[in-house]
Ligand binder design. Structure first.
Ligand SMILES: Cc1cc2nc3c(=O)[nH]c(=O)nc-3n(C[C@H](O)[C@H](O)[C@H](O)COP(=O)(O)O)c2cc1C
Length: 180
């Protein structure tokens, strides 16, 4: 009887270890944290994600900087209405090296800014995991997910975060398995 109990314990422990190993393996890979930020809120979240995951940071910088707030509102709305793809200054030269790409942005007009779509359409994301995160004045992340999914063709989109409350970053990363 003791032997059977011992055997069951060993099998159970092996199963737990193997599950743990698989969970870690799923969440492994080289991480990039790419972000666009106009006023700095999303940039702060991106730095936090990079620090907590050990990922590399890349800022999506507009080739032509956005103007002051009131003008930017109009410009962003026009870009959305025109389905524009504003140009980016710079490139991730080694994108092929990354398995997981966090993509961050402020919600602009209830969606991802069009420059984020320029970014996503500029690379081959097939086989990569893309994880969106955003900050906003209250709009939910969900309204921007269709744009991310369409533009990051071939990627697996993982559960994102509206990171207006920074205390939600650590549990979210831990839940996804990307915390260092
Ligand atoms: C052009 C523009 C459009 C915006 N549209 C929205 C919106 O639709 N919903 C919302 O909740 N906040 C909106 N905001 C507010 C930003 O999403 C919010 O301030 C965000 O945290 C800014 O991030 P950032 O500092 O990284 O630029 C908008 C801001 C700008 C400049």
């Amino acid at each position: 009887m003791k032997r059977i109990f011992l055997l069951c314990t060993v099998i159970f422990a092996a199963a737990v270890c193997s599950f743990g190993f698989n969970a870690r393996a799923e969440a492994s890979g080289k991480i990039l944290v790419a972000y666009f930020s106009y006023q700095g809120h999303t940039a702060k979240v991106a730095r936090e994600i990079a620090a907590q995951t050990g990922g590399d940071l890349f800022e999506i910088k507009p080739a032509t900087p956005y103007p002051g707030y009131a003008e930017c509102l109009d410009m962003a709305k026009a870009e959305k209405n025109n389905n524009a793809r504003p140009a980016i200054d710079g490139r991730v030269e080694n994108m092929a090296d990354y398995d997981v790409v966090f993509v961050g942005y402020p919600i602009w007009w209830y969606d991802a800014p069009m420059i984020v779509r320029t970014f996503l359409e500029g690379y081959d994301f097939s086989g990569k995991k893309v994880i969106p995160f955003a900050t906003s004045g209250g709009s939910p992340l969900e309204e921007s997910i269709d744009s991310v999914t369409t533009s990051a063709a071939g990627a697996t989109i993982q559960e994102g975060l509206l990171a207006n409350d920074a205390s939600e970053i650590a549990p979210w990363l831990s839940n996804l398995g990307y915390a260092k």
